[in-house]
Design a protein around this ligand. Sequence first.
Ligand SMILES: [Zn+2]
Length: 310
Amino acid sequence: MTAASILRCYTHPACIGHEPGATHAEQPARLKAVTGALREAFPLLPWCEAPRATRGQLLRVHDDALLALVLDTQPDRAMSLDPDTVLAPGSAEAALRAAGAGVAAVDAVLSGQTRRAFCAVRPPGHHATATVAMGFCLFNNIAVAAAHACDKHGLARVAVIDFDVHHGNGTQAIFDTDPRVLYLSSHQLPLYPDTGHANERGVGNIVNAPLPPGTGGEGFRKVWRERLLPVLESFRPQLVLVSAGFDAHRLDPLAQLQLEADDYHWLTTELVASARRHAGGRLVSMLEGGYDLTALAQSSVAHVTALLDD
Ligand SMILES: [Zn+2]
């Protein structure tokens, strides 16, 4: 197979236009670092323009009031929704494109146009709950994608893998009574948002592996190898979705895990192998966090290198 039929990337210029402020960690330069590094490392990789998510696609996981807040406020300057989360003039369009990327990627992968997809988008999504935008996140992009796979395509087993250094409280809360979706997360604890304890199990479809500050690649690989990947294996996912945050890297300023880019390559290789065994190789990954631009560039290249491996 050619690279183009194995992996495609989704992004949109509007995702640069979400401007939470010059001192905010979740800055437009993050996305430029990711797309620049990927275009340089993989010049033949096909890039697709992310469509807007529809209101109907968003309403599968969010309530009307959150849609109204994000889409209809139309602020003429940046406004804070909470101490971390900003709605600025370009934010609604960015949020629509970020969520729409995941929907389009799921459609492309499930229709066989490509085997895997990486969505280089922002704002990130995994903290947004059904009703609340929080933690830099407006809409929960990976949850919108998972719900689309279940509701539109009728899948009964969708796995969401979240290796961002923060726990994806929003994704967990959206699916914690929905056995069609398995949510597996490694994250630092204690750390924002202080959820993701091992005793949070949903209806048996949630598995959290909190890691203490200072944990490095060895400890990270151990929890995935011994605790999380065996759960993925017995779930037999029909589709693997990935919340790909790269803020567990040792250079990241927002947390204290000590991963290297090679650790992301290792886990991604394991996820691709699982997708190949159970899901026809089908995997959609979406960018979440990652706040050191050098680490973000190196880690996303390591991640995509593994996604391309066939
Ligand atoms: Zn994060």
